[in-house]
Write a protein that binds this ligand. Structure first.
Ligand SMILES: [Zn+2]
Length: 84
């Protein structure tokens, strides 16, 4: 499980959720919008992890774990993900 593993792109996720929390704070109390933000964070993390696992199970190592593209010359043409 990589749910608790902090990745660099989590910063983008956290910033995005923070902006959403700020937005909905106009309509509901701050402590509730923070709880909603935390909830969204884990939903997205679980979704990303499940998607990654399903890609890995389906195609082995012939496909990029990040975006699902086919690996060419041991790297992804879209995000240059290097296979070990
Ligand atoms: Zn990729």
């Amino acid at each position: 499980m990589g749910l608790l593993k902090f990745e660099r792109r989590d910063i983008i996720l956290i910033v995005g959720i923070f902006l959403v929390v700020l937005g909905i704070t106009q309509y509901i109390p701050f402590q509730y919008s923070v709880l909603i933000g935390i909830f969204f964070y884990f939903v997205v993390k679980i979704y990303v992890e499940k998607r990654r696992q399903s890609i890995a199970n389906a195609v082995g190592d012939g496909i990029c774990m990040e975006c699902g593209s086919r690996i060419i010359d041991k790297k992804c043409p879209k995000c240059d993900y290097f296979q070990e």
